[in-house]
Design a protein around this ligand. Structure first.
Ligand code: ZN
Length: 121
């Protein structure tokens, strides 16, 4: 796949900023958690993160993945508001709200690296 230009990356970030906070807003009450600030970044290492204060951070490259993959990352990060780990209990919370989680996780594992490689600089 072609490397992304700066303009394309900026465009993805704008799209992500318009889209991802809506998905967070949708899932937070279903999971039963609150959250802080939402930041969109372009990163080569991770798809999302959640700080101890509940600030969420998402990779703008998620906009190059299917909607279900984006939701799976949103649910994953929001469930860290309950469990700051990847324990069985954490994944039970994830699967309760998003039963197809492992399919989307698999998609990211198979295609994620190729997408991240398009990020240059
Ligand atoms: Zn995690």
């Amino acid at each position: 796949m072609e490397p992304l230009t700066e303009t394309e990356i900026r465009h993805l970030a704008e799209q992500a900023l318009a889209y991802i906070p809506e998905r967070v807003k949708h899932y937070a009450p279903l999971i039963g958690v609150t959250y802080g600030r939402i930041t969109i970044r372009n990163q080569k290492t991770r798809w999302g993160s959640c700080s101890a204060k509940g600030n969420l951070n998402f990779n703008c490259l998620l906009m190059l993945t299917p909607a279900e993959v984006i939701d799976s990352v949103v649910v994953h990060e929001l469930c860290h508001r309950k469990e700051m780990n990847h324990s069985d209990k954490f994944y039970r919370d994830v699967l309760r709200v998003f039963p197809g989680y492992w399919d989307q996780h698999k998609w990211l594992r198979e295609h994620g690296d190729a997408i991240i490689r398009r990020m240059t600089g």
